[in-house]
Write a protein that binds this ligand. Sequence first.
Ligand code: ADP
Length: 467
Amino acid sequence: MVKRKLSNQFLGNFLVMFLLTIMATVFAFVLLSLSSGLISDSLVKNRFTASSIIREDYRQIDASAVVESGGGVQVVDKEYRVVYSEGLDTIGKDELSTGEFTAFLTESRSRPYHYDILYQPEGEFWLIVTFPTSIRIDFAVVHNKEAYSGDMTRSGLVISAVVLIYLSILALLTFIYSRITAAGITIPLKKLCDGTKLLREGDYSARVDLRLKNEFAELQDTFNDMAARIEREVSLRKKSEEDRRRLILDISHDLKNPMSSIQGYAELLLDKRDMTEREKGEYIEIILNNSKRSNKLLNELFELSQMDSPEFTLRSERTDLCEYLRQTFGEIIPQLERAGFGYEFDIPEESVYAMLDKDRFGRIIQNLVNNAIRYNPQGTTVAVNLLVHDDKAVIDISDDGIGIPAHIAQDIFKPFVRADDSRNSGTGGSGLGLSIAKKIAEAHGGDLTLLPNVDKGSTFRITIPTV
Ligand code: ADP
């Protein structure tokens, strides 16, 4: 529909242009003949005509004005001899044959000279005044009513046919031109329309390739850019919806067990009157442990969602990272020793400064060390390394323990992801610790990653910008 409309509009426009061109051409001819009439009196050929200088005796002719104006004067007598010649001479001979003189007279119009030829009957000579033509257009419609009517019809027919063919060719060219021009617009428009329709129908992978370099190419780039953005947004939204759904599922799953256990044992305590003190104590301890677990989970969830909220800010201050790490690990060493773990620290002596929210940053380190202790056997060594690289401090916390299976390494920072599905075992954590730690590192303008391809155990890397 768009195509037909536009191409018709173009055809209409071109037809109007075509008519206007014809009108302008006619107008130009009229103007040309009018203006040539206006200047004709001042042209030398009309000022110095043959009749104005002719004399009965050619010897009395004054050719000086003609010669001064760049022209020439010749007199040919009845024997076709050039008996007088001044200035410009296009005859080029002293004597002509009858044939040559006739040829000179008949062909004079086609040469780039203006000839004014007059016969003087008394002196029996021809006076020829010649001027070089400045510019001349020979175009005239000549018509005589006395012509033979058959000729008239034939000539009329030929002229009409030529005009008709000329107009038809022009019209055809106009049509073709309008189609080509319209196609230059309708084809890219159609492709863009098709792309938009695909987008509307939910196919966000739709892209347009017009192979053009004009404004349409700009539109195409904008369209493709827009489609790519929508595609990205939609897939991000899908992913975050999926993540949210999973999170809720995980939360409810993880809360369900301790909560029903608390409820069950509390009911038991109420119902069973003949309970020994030992039994009672056992039940209360189970209730306490389960409520601790639920409480820990809820606290961690609260912390995680707090960090996602726009109001979340760090209380950062410029801190010497090396000194801070030495101090923190000084507090952690007894914990490692109690667990029967070895340790190695490699922290430079000089000062490396970074903007730190000390409490929160400490949570990252505490979490990583706690994990190392919790998930690895006695005798495992925990190593801490700090080096500065390109305005960044890189802290590696590694252990030579059991390591993290490759298949979950990618997802380990997602909430509720655990290597062993230890949900039901009392030792298992919530699976939120690393998510929180990563978010804290990101809030510091850095990151927390798990290094791939380590030989043994696992290495977590904290990066943080130095100041
Ligand atoms: P959790 O509260 O379960 O410890 P995390 O997010 O801190 O949650 O850790 C996720 C999982 O990653 C853990 O359940 C554990 O299986 C694994 N993990 C973390 N650190 C280590 C480590 N140093 N060695 C082996 N496994 C680890």
